[in-house]
Design a protein around this ligand. Structure first.
Ligand code: ADP
Ligand code: MG
Length: 237
């Protein structure tokens, strides 16, 4: 289902084990908009985790990244924050169409990402939608996806809208995120991903996140990324 506005969301709580908080770097030491900083603070996100610390400088500079870090390391904020900032810097607004898309392997994961996006974006004026519904919800989604600035989607559903929804266009897309790319491929979505990429403009920023660096992830990276920064974080970092 597509939900209306980021402004209506509730704050999120940071809940990371203390060991991942070592080597502190506060979010307010990054060049972030006051809107994003206040939203992070309201959600008790004060210091960046290692993968956030490693990814944010490149991601905020608009570079493509391929980031591998284990589950629970905080990858979601490492792409949600730069995504929101990229659109904010362009003064992206409700009438500007689709500016960013996040692709996730499952509905459950897409829902989680969407909640983080709502938290981080709550002081921005961006329309964000979650599109992962079953067959019956497709027509309902069609009316609203055309108005969305950010979409969080599963691959099949995003492709279906690109192919079938009148007036829906990704031609202006600035940012693409592939989250849990290894699982997207494991679940057999490679062909859908290839087809989606055909609809997207070349000049975009792409961020690919994965828990593991498999051969197929590297192959996908070759297809979708442009001179990426490689970020790999393990527990000891
Ligand atoms: P991953 O995608 O790497 O598995 P998540 O993005 O789902 O990790 O984050 C795991 C948990 O860590 C979540 O509960 C999230 O709220 C929390 N978290 C993420 N970043 C921070 C941070 N900078 N400070 C405190 N908690 C955080
Ligand atoms: Mg994740």
């Amino acid at each position: 289902k597509v939900s209306a506005s980021l402004a209506s969301s509730l704050p999120l709580r940071g809940s990371l084990p203390p060991d991942l908080r070592s080597g502190k770097q506060p979010f307010d030491s990054f060049p972030l908009s006051p809107f994003t900083l206040s939203a992070l603070r309201a959600s008790s996100f004060i210091t960046a985790t290692p993968v956030q610390r490693a990814a944010l400088p490149h991601a905020l500079a608009g570079r493509d990244i391929l980031a591998a870090a284990k589950t629970g390391s905080g990858k979601t904020l490492a792409f949600v924050v730069p995504l929101v900032e990229a659109l904010w810097r362009e003064r992206w607004g409700p009438g500007d169409g689709l500016g960013a898309a996040v692709i996730a392997p499952t509905r459950e994961l897409a829902v989680q990402i969407f909640e983080v996006l709502r938290g981080v974006g709550r002081n921005h004026s961006l329309a964000a939608g979650l599109i992962t519904g079953g067959k019956r919800e497709f027509r309902e989604e069609q009316g609203s996806v055309v108005r969305m600035n950010v979409l969080v989607a599963t691959p099949g559903r995003l492709l279906q809208h690109l192919e079938q929804t009148p007036g829906f266009s990704a031609d202006a897309l600035r940012v693409l995120v592939l989250d849990e790319a290894d699982r997207i491929l494991d679940l057999g979505f490679a062909r859908q991903l290839d087809a989606i990429l055909e609809y997207l403009p070349k000049g975009r920023q792409t961020m690919l996140f994965s828990a593991t660096q498999t051969k197929s992830v590297r192959q996908l990276a070759r297809l979708s990324l442009d001179k990426p920064e490689y970020i790999s974080v393990n527990e000891k970092d």
